[in-house]
Structure formats: structure tokens, C-alpha cells
Write a protein that binds this ligand. Structure first.
Ligand SMILES: Cc1ncc(C[n+]2csc(CCOP(=O)(O)OP(=O)(O)O)c2C)c(N)n1
Ligand SMILES: [Mg+2]
Length: 811
């Protein structure tokens, strides 16, 4: 095995321009720095707790040349990149060379507050464009970010800035993720532009070597969807050799060489290449002479000169693109290129031994103690590289994070109240009022939905504000004067993006729209709707959007078993718990429409709060840092309370709960409900009141915020703020020790069960644990034990001795 960088970087033609020389030196430095970062972190970690860093070294080396070409030559500041997760050491090394990353963070790679294992927008300091980690999602994010850019510009915003390219650097095994194909379809529908996907075609995944001929399927598929496809197979050295006498035979041999064998020979090196070529090709004159002219080292260098490791080929390909259509580059690479385990099928978690590292250090001309020196051991003088780096276009504008002006939200959102209505209906009406009005924030709302626009009550908003498309398209039904409730006019000014059914796309689109303030400098207020159970379909993408700190309002309706006859398969049980557990998402489940109006007002403001940095651990509620919002709504019509939503009530609603019926001093039981089960809680309280005085009814509007505040207050007390008290502690503080709690929710009973732990009250938690049965709301509430009678039973059980009147047997 010989190292590639034995003085002169591999692939360097004789007449090399200064630019190429500088780039080759920087490529060598990235390979060194990335390897050293990983090795060094391992070394530290081994001493501390024995944990080894895997998965980075070979993966990073695979992309080192491509990233060099892109970051130091091709990219412009307006371009944005999603870097394959395991190439994060390369990314950090590049930023280190630009002066945007610190040695301390690199030394603490994967450690506490150190550089992240996968590039992170929120946790890394070095200007990550898109986080990656869960493979496939960053890829789709670039596509939707390009659509978001089109949306922003079509509305006349941000035109003073140049249009950027959205670039994804993709592992070839990453291409197995289905969400990439779902995104591809959506991109085609919306006339995708300015998107480059570069597939690191090293033909290796984590466990294995990739199937033969996969690139041909990719090529056909991308072309089908209107993409330009560029296959980057051979580097300039190989191309030159093919032009020599006998070269064609060599090309044929490589073209038919199975991936496994090619990888194995890359690992074994020059002598193995020679033996295999001679065995396979035999004595054929010209080609034999071609091989014979080269030393083992030269032969290894030649045979591994794939285009993905050849700067001139890469620059030619990238710089040759002169259109804005999407492009997929399939770049042949070698996993672990330039490292001792290059090509080995087990190399994903491969690490260099100390002896290998020493040999590598020597090959790189790096003196002990100078490992972090930026230009140590390079053939190009430091001053030349320093000035080259200063002129790199990508780094010309420094950090590329924008703010996006905040939009004032009116004190109150209007809602035409009706005596009885559902929260889903209320949502549609509130948005309709916003669409009718002239408040500036309304211009920035963009709605989207995966084929459930009408059935989630977005129809009125879309009628007024239109659908978005870069090119206008009138509604044929309207033109033909066919009566229809909905107008589907598409135009560049439209404010609704209609998606196909794939929910992953909804969440990644929300992730892209919810970051335009930071990425494109123009703030949007995205509102996405879907059926509540399908949150689980796109949950990883939702988590991803939150992790990137994208800001959006997710409206999920209908929900629970309350959607009753709609279909058992569509019932959701776990979503209230997801709402509580999902970081970066404030979850609400109001029962009444005036609550919903207060929550949506808060939500549009909360989405715009500055979330940079860690949340305030004093409040834990991200009320200063902000975040995204999840509204779990229902189609069930409820009698609406006649009341004034004053400031105090609105603030309780937002903090998570208020007394719908305040308990008396000697209350034996309190019923705490959330969402559509309000009717049952109120009915049960009425029946109980005939035999028991002082019964209280606690309306919970957000188990998420209520719980988070409680946890935060406890944490604050432990840190010495002994007066810290949370909303729920105040609400339940007046109850006697003997008072019991009955909680009820159309979702998993654990959602509210914790209320008993706040002050040590006994608790009976009602909710839903099984799904699938259809029926009326009455049937299902009885079946699952969340009806008024079940609440009475729970109250009876919790109060012990005192019998409850009106009690019937449980069905
Ligand atoms: C959704 C998801 N599943 C699994 C993983 C674990 N994982 C990380 S990288 C990887 C495969 C790496 O292969 P490839 O994409 O070809 O990248 P390479 O390392 O070859 O450059 C896997 C399975 C992950 N990060 N995300
Ligand atoms: Mg791979």
C-alpha cells in the first residue's frame, strides 16, 4: 500500500496552473486535517471512556477532492450545501482553513460542545447551511430550499441578492432513502431549478459494496425527471492512458471490472493491480507495455485516478454547467482514498492505527506538534495559499446567516364565532379573516398541504390568496364557468403550495420555507396542514425540520378517535406525546375556537422569535427563543363558551391550562381534560356536582407547555432559584391533599397522567390505547372509556367512600 500524497498529489498533470497547485495543496490539507481531527479525538476518547469514533475517516476521504473543488473554486456565497453526514470532518477542516472554525472545537470533535459529528446548523459555529445526519433528508432539503428561493423571489423579495444554487453531497447508499424520490417527483412538478446533487459514487455503504450498475438506473431516472446528468468516471491520468497505444483494452478492463474486485485492488495497491491486470489481459503487446512502463506506485496512482479524485475533471464538469436546470453529478470515488484502508469493504468505521498514522504523517510532511498548522507540509508556500484563500469566492462575504425582518402580529386575530363549531372549522375561518385583511403579516403566510388542502379547511384561504406557481395557470373549471366551491388559480403571487400526498415532502418543505429568513434573508410564515395520524409518516422529517430550527405552524386535523366514522385506520393515539416530546415544537390542543385564535396569534409571533443559541434554561419554555408550533385540531362540533378572551385568560391558554370551573376549597375531585373531550368533562362535572360540591374542571390547552414549565421550574429550584414556580404548580397548588384528579384526553392517557405528580395528588388517567374501531363519537368514547360515564367511574374510584349518583355500568 502506498499513500497517494507522496510529495506530489495524485492526479497532478505536469503543466499545472497555479490555481490547480493551490487547490491540490488544500485538498491534501483537508485530507490531513480531517484524518487528524478524527484520530486525535479518538486518542483523547480512548483515554477517557474507550469510545471510538467510527464512520468518518473513509467517508470523508471519499469526498475530499469534490469538496475541495466546490468550496475553494466553484461555490459562491449565495450557494448552500448539504454535506453528507460522515464528511463533516472535511467541512470543519474547510471552515478551519477559512478561519471560521476553531482548533478547540476540532480538538473536541464529537465531544461536549466540540465540532459535531454531522454538520449542524444549530450546534456548530461554522456556518453550516443545512444540517445532515439522518441520511436522505438533507438531500431533499436542498430541493425544497430551491423551491423556497423561487417562491421568495417570485413574490418580489430578496431580488437584490443573487440567486443561489442548492447543492447536496450525497453518499451513494444514501440514494436508497425513499424520501429522495418523493422529493424528486415534487421538484419535477414545480419546475425545479438551481439544484445540484453530487453523488459520491464510491460503491460502498456502511456494511457492504453497492450493487453493480446502479448508476445506470440513477441516470435514466434523473433524466426522466428533467435533470441533466453528468457521469464523472475517469480522471485525466486515466483518460491520457486510454489514449496511449493499448489504452482501449485497459478501459475495457476497468469498465467490466466488478465493484468488489476494484475495491479490493484499491486496497491492495500497485503490485496487486499489476498481477491482476497481467493475469486478466495476458500478453497483448501494447497494453502490456502500457502497464509495464509504470512502477507499482505509478500503476496504483493511475488505476485509482477516478474523476471524483481528479481536480481538473471536477472543475471542468462543475464550471461547465451553464444553465439553471437541476443537475445530478455521479462522481466515481474510492472510499478511504489516500488512506491505508482505501477500498476495503469494512472501512466504514475504519481507523488508522498509531503506526499507520505515523506513516501518514510522514507522507504528509507534518511535524509532530504542528498538526494543526494550516499550511504545514504543503508544496505551495504558505503566503501563496493565504492569499489564495482570501480570494476564494465562497468565503468573500463571511458568515452567511440572515435575520429577516420580524412582522408585527395584531393583538387579536378576528374570528367570526358561531354558537357551535369545531376547531378545524375555526382554523379555516381565522385564516379566511387573515386572508381578507390587509395586515402585512398576511402577505408572508404561505400555506401548504399534501393533497388535503380542502379537507383540512385551507380552502377559503387558498380561494382568496391563490396557489403558487412560477408560471400562471388559470382554473379551467372557472374559465368554463363550471360551478365549484374552490378556485384553483396558479400564479407567481399565489400563497399556497400544493403538494402531492407524500407527507415527508410536507415536512421538508416546511423546513425549507421555515428557514428562508436565515437562508434567503426574507421571512415567511409557513402553515402546513395534514391529517394528525400522518405526522408519524413524516416524523423523522419533522424532527429534522425542528433540529434545523426551521419555523412553521403545523396544523394536524382531524385527530384521535374523535374523527370517528372517518375511518379507524386514521385515528391517532401517540401524537399528543409526540407533541410533548418533540424538541423545538410547542404543541397545543385547544377545545374552543376563541382559544385557538389566541394560540394562533401567539404562534405567528413565537415562530419569529430569535432562536439562535441554546434555550433559556431558566424558563425552559422557549418563550424568548421561539420555535415552531403544532396545533392538534378536531372536526367535532362543540358548543362554544360565551365569554371574553381577556389578556389573563389568553395568557393562561398559551401557558397551557386554565380553570374552566374553579374548584371549591374542599374539592374532592378535579377533572382535567384536553381538546375535544371538553364536552364529556363538562357533562361529568355537571352530574357530579349534584352529589359533590366544589368539583373543578381544568381546561388543558397544551400538555406540552404545561409539562415543560413544570420541569423547568424544578430544574431552576435545584439550581438555587427556590422561588421558581410553574404555571401548573400554581394552578393545582390550592387543592387539598385528598383531592383526586381525573384526566381525560383523546390520545394516550400518559399525556396528562403526570399531573398527579405535580403536588402528589392521586390520579386516574383516561385516554385511548387501541385504535382501529369505527363508529360514532358516542360509540367510540364509550368503547375507549373517555365518555362522561367513564369519568364518573374514575371519580368514584378516586374519591373512595362517597358514592356518585347517575353511575351506570361501564360498557
Ligand atoms: C436514516 C439513517 N439510517 C441509517 C444511518 C446510518 N448510516 C450512516 S452512513 C450510512 C451509509 C453510508 O454509505 P454511503 O451513503 O454510501 O456513504 P459513504 O460512507 O460510502 O460515503 C448509514 C447506513 C443514518 N445516518 N441515517
Ligand atoms: Mg458509499
Amino acid at each position: 500500500m502506498t499513500f497517494r500524497h507522496d510529495g506530489a498529489p495524485q492526479g497532478m498533470p505536469h503543466a499545472m496552473t497555479d490555481r490547480l497547485k493551490a487547490l491540490a495543496a488544500l485538498e491534501q490539507k483537508i485530507l490531513w486535517l480531517a484524518s487528524w481531527t478524527i484520530h486525535n479525538a479518538n486518542h483523547l476518547r480512548e483515554n477517557a471512556d474507550g469510545l471510538k469514533v467510527g464512520g468518518h475517516q473513509a467517508s470523508s476521504a471519499s469526498l475530499a477532492t469534490i469538496m475541495t473543488a466546490l468550496y475553494f473554486a466553484v461555490l459562491r456565497p449565495e450557494d448552500r450545501v448539504a454535506v453528507k453526514p460522515h464528511a463533516s470532518p472535511n467541512f470543519h477542516a474547510i471552515q478551519y482553513l477559512f478561519g471560521n472554525q476553531t482548533r478547540e472545537k476540532l480538538e473536541a470533535f464529537r465531544g461536549f460542545k466540540g465540532a459535531q459529528s454531522y454538520p449542524s446548523r444549530t450546534k456548530d459555529v461554522d456556518d453550516v447551511d443545512f444540517s445532515t445526519g439522518s441520511v436522505g433528508l438533507g438531500v431533499a432539503q436542498t430541493l425544497f430550499s430551491s423551491l423556497a428561493q423561487d417562491y421568495v423571489r417570485a413574490h418580489g423579495w430578496g431580488l437584490e441578492r443573487p440567486e443561489g444554487r442548492m447543492v447536496a453531497l450525497i453518499g451513494d447508499a444514501e440514494m436508497d432513502e425513499g424520501n429522495i424520490y418523493e422529493a424528486l417527483i415534487e421538484g419535477w412538478k414545480h419546475g425545479l431549478r438551481n439544484t445540484w446533487w453530487v453523488v459520491d459514487y464510491n460503491r460502498q455503504s456502511l456494511d457492504a459494496v453497492v450493487r453493480e450498475g446502479l448508476w445506470e438506473r440513477f441516470e435514466a431516472m434523473f433524466r426522466n425527471f428533467g435533470w441533466d446528468v453528468v457521469i464523472l468516471k475517469y480522471g485525466k491520468l486515466l483518460e491520457a492512458a486510454f489514449a496511449e497505444p493499448g489504452g482501449e483494452a485497459l478501459r475495457q478492463w476497468i469498465d467490466t471490472c466488478p465493484n468488489q474486485l476494484y475495491a479490493a485492488l484499491c486496497y491492495q495497491g500497485g503490485a496487486a493491480w499489476r498481477k491482476r491486470l497481467e493475469d486478466d489481459i495476458g500478453d497483448q503487446g501494447a497494453v502490456t507495455a502500457l502497464i509495464g512502463r509504470r512502477s507499482d506506485a505509478e500503476l496504483a496512482r493511475l488505476m485509482t485516478n477516478l474523476a471524483g479524485h481528479d481536480l481538473p475533471s471536477l472543475l471542468e464538469a462543475f464550471e461547465g454547467i451553464d444553465h439553471d436546470r437541476p443537475v445530478c453529478f455521479i462522481a466515481y470515488t474510492i472510499k478511504g482514498f489516500g488512506l491505508p484502508f482505501q477500498g476495503h469493504k469494512d472501512n466504514h468505521a475504519g481507523l488508522m492505527t498509531p503506526a499507520q498514522m505515523e506513516a501518514f504523517r510522514a507522507a504528509m510532511n507534518v511535524r509532530p506538534g504542528h498538526e494543526w498548522d494550516r499550511f504545514e507540509g504543503l508544496a505551495v508556500p504558505a503566503k501563496t495559499l493565504e492569499s489564495f484563500l482570501k480570494d476564494v469566492p465562497f468565503a468573500a462575504r463571511g458568515r452567511r446567516r440572515y435575520e429577516g425582518a420580524k412582522l408585527p402580529i395584531p393583538e387579536k386575530l378576528a374570528v367570526p364565532m358561531q354558537p357551535a363549531m369545531s376547531t378545524q372549522q375555526g382554523f379555516g375561518l381565522i385564516l379566511n379573516e387573515i386572508a381578507r385583511g390587509k395586515e402585512p403579516f398576511a402577505e408572508r403566510i404561505v400555506t401548504c398541504s399534501p393533497d388535503v388542502t380542502v379537507s383540512t379547511n385551507l380552502g377559503a384561504f387558498v380561494n382568496r390568496r391563490g396557489l403558487f406557481a412560477r408560471e400562471a395557470l388559470a382554473d379551467t373549471f372557472k374559465q368554463e364557468r363550471i360551478p365549484s366551491t374552490f378556485t384553483w388559480d396558479f400564479s407567481p403571487k399565489g400563497q399556497h403550495i400544493e403538494l402531492g400526498i407524500a407527507e415527508m415532502n410536507l415536512f421538508i418543505l416546511l423546513s425549507a420555507l421555515g428557514l428562508t429568513h436565515s437562508i434567503h434573508g426574507e421571512r415567511l410564515l409557513p402553515v402546513g396542514t395534514l391529517y394528525d395520524p400522518f405526522i408519524q409518516r413524516g416524523l423523522d422529517a419533522l424532527n429534522y425540520a425542528c433540529y434545523q430550527d426551521a419555523r412553521f405552524m403545523l396544523v394536524a386535523t382531524p385527530s384521535g378517535v374523535t374523527l370517528a366514522p372517518e375511518g379507524g385506520a386514521h385515528q391517532s393515539i401517540a401524537t399528543p406525546l409526540i407533541g410533548m416530546a418533540q424538541d423545538g415544537l410547542a404543541a397545543f390542543e385547544p377545545a374552543f375556537v376563541d382559544e385557538l385564535a389566541a394560540i394562533m396569534r401567539f404562534g405567528f409571533d413565537y415562530m419569529q422569535r430569535d432562536g439562535e443559541g441554546d434555550p433559556d434554561e431558566e424558563t425552559w419554555l422557549r418563550d424568548e427563543t421561539g420555535g415552531s408550533v403544532y396545533l392538534r385540531l378536531s372536526t367535532r362540533t362543540l358548543d362554544q363558551p360565551q365569554r371574553v378572551m381577556d389578556e389573563a385568560l389568553a395568557s393562561d391558554v398559551i401557558n397551557g391550562a386554565y380553570w374552566l370551573r374553579r374548584p371549591g376549597a374542599n374539592a374532592g375531585v378535579v377533572i382535567a381534560y384536553m381538546g375535544a373531550t371538553a364536552t364529556e368533562a363538562i357533562a361529568a362535572a355537571g352530574l357530579l356536582a349534584e352529589s359533590h360540591r366544589d368539583v373543578g374542571v381544568l381546561a388543558v390547552t397544551s400538555s406540552d407547555r404545561l409539562n415543560a414549565g413544570w420541569t423547568a421550574a424544578e430544574r431552576a429550584r435545584q439550581r438555587g432559584h427556590d422561588q421558581a414556580t410553574s404555571h401548573v404548580e400554581r394552578l393545582l397548588g390550592g387543592l387539598t391533599r385528598d383531592c383526586g384528579l381525573v384526566t381525560v384526553v383523546d390520545g394516550h392517557p400518559a399525556t396528562l397522567a403526570w399531573l398527579g405528580a405535580v403536588h402528589g395528588h392521586r390520579v386516574k388517567s383516561l385516554g385511548v390505547e387501541h385504535f382501529g374501531q369505527t363508529g360514532t363519537v358516542g360509540d367510540l368514547y364509550r368503547h375507549h372509556g373517555i365518555d362522561a360515564n367513564a369519568i364518573l367511574h374514575a371519580a368514584q374510584a378516586i374519591m373512595g367512600a362517597r358514592p356518585v349518583r347517575y353511575l351506570r355500568a361501564l360498557a
